[in-house]
Design a protein around this ligand. Structure first.
Ligand code: NCN
Ligand code: DMD
Length: 345
């Protein structure tokens, strides 16, 4: 596995950015969270006049062997069906991406179907779904490494095409089970706090999911190396997304983090390169049980809480106007001096 060289973001301009923010015609600190966002973006880009260019949403799709255990109310076939819906432009993420000027790429990281070629589809499938991690590792070490490397290469291509904002989304029936176990093994949170209703399990379904995942956790007990954990209980879309996050941060891009599954991928990436977190904007707090605690663990401050639990990158794209607003106020607002407004005595 290549090591990822992710530099901590430069704090060289942090005092000057703070001064610029404080000079704007507003009471000190009154743009609240947008002020911290403007400063973070300025530091990531190491400029007093940051700019957001050609934002891209990558939706990683993959299938999961664990679906054989009845952990999701939806059949595995929905993953491929939703990929076709993305390619036809009819999913929620298509609507929000069009609305917010995002380019959209759907990445087949390991869907259990033969997908037709399409200009928006990146065919990068490792296999037709993972193995059932109740009984064996979800993927081999080689498959895991290949997924991470393909993801990193993809993000680097997107950076080379001129984009400096990359959003992460996913589609994979069963992937809240993977995310729950990744969180459990890598953060040490009790399993019960990592498991939620996903796409909408009822009480009996949730009980069953807890029982299956408790057995899976026992089967893999003792694993702690991030790549070993990723191979044991991850998904191809999660592994490729973790790689893409690492590749994007290496290129100094702004990483827009979506919900529970995307945050679990970031947890893996942050174990491989902790500085990656400095490049991340956390778009929202998902309704999925576990996300709030995972965000706390990552010391993340999400921008929105809209009770979303869809995935696809929807929260990330919905939060983008707030990034655009923070950059715009930094670049365009008058200062007390330029506008001739009296500052406090
Ligand atoms: O982003 C989230 O926080 C989120 C929370 C719950 C469900 N999802 C989506 O629902 C799917 C996984 O749910 P499940 O019940 O099949 O494990 C997958 O396609 C995710 O995109 C996503
Ligand atoms: C319909 C549907 C759409 C989704 N989008 C992301 N995960 C999903 C899961 C389902 C079931």
């Amino acid at each position: 596995m290549p090591t990822f060289r992710i530099e901590p973001i430069s704090q060289a301009l942090a005092p000057a950015l703070q001064h610029r923010i404080d000079s704007k015609t507003k009471p000190l600190g009154s743009l609240g969270r947008l002020e911290r966002l403007a400063k973070q973006i300025g530091c990531i880009q190491n400029t007093l006049s940051p700019a957001l260019r050609a934002p891209v949403m990558l939706v990683f799709a993959g299938d999961h062997g664990i679906t054989r255990e009845g952990v999701s109310p939806f059949p595995q076939a929905v993953t491929a069906q939703m990929v076709l819906n993305f390619l036809a432009g009819g999913a929620a993420i298509n609507v929000f991406a069009r609305q917010n000027g995002f380019g959209l790429k759907v990445v087949d990281a390991g869907v259990n179907a033969d997908l037709p070629a399409h200009p928006d589809l990146v065919p990068a499938g490792i296999d037709k779904g993972t193995r059932n991690f109740l009984h064996e590792p979800a993927m081999s070490p080689e498959q895991c490494q290949a997924a991470v490397q393909r993801g990193a290469a993809l993000a680097q291509e997107i950076a080379a095409s001129g984009s400096n904002v990359i959003g992460f989304g996913e589609m994979g029936i069963g992937n809240t089970s993977s995310a729950a176990l990744l969180m459990h093994f890598l953060s040490g949170a009790p399993l019960a706090e990592c498991i939620g209703r996903g796409t909408g399990l009822d009480d009996a379904g949730l009980q069953h999911k807890r029982s299956v995942l408790t057995q899976a956790a026992a089967h893999h007990a003792g694993i702690s190396d991030p790549l070993e954990v990723l191979a044991a209980v991850g998904g191809f879309e999660i592994a490729m997304m973790a790689g893409a996050m690492l590749g994007a941060a290496e290129k100094g891009m702004i990483l827009l983090i979506d919900g529970f599954i995307v945050s679990a991928a970031l947890l893996v990436a942050s174990r491989l390169a902790p500085s990656i977190l400095e490049y991340c904007v956390f778009s929202h707090r998902s309704r999925e049980t576990g996300h709030a605690r995972l965000l706390d663990y990552l010391q993340a401050e999400p921008l929105l809480d809209l009770e979303l639990r869809l995935g696809e990158g929807t929260g990330a794209v919905l939060a983008y106007p707030l990034l655009a607003a923070s950059v715009a106020f930094l670049n365009e607002m008058a200062s007390f001096e330029s506008a001739g407004v009296s500052n406090r005595q």
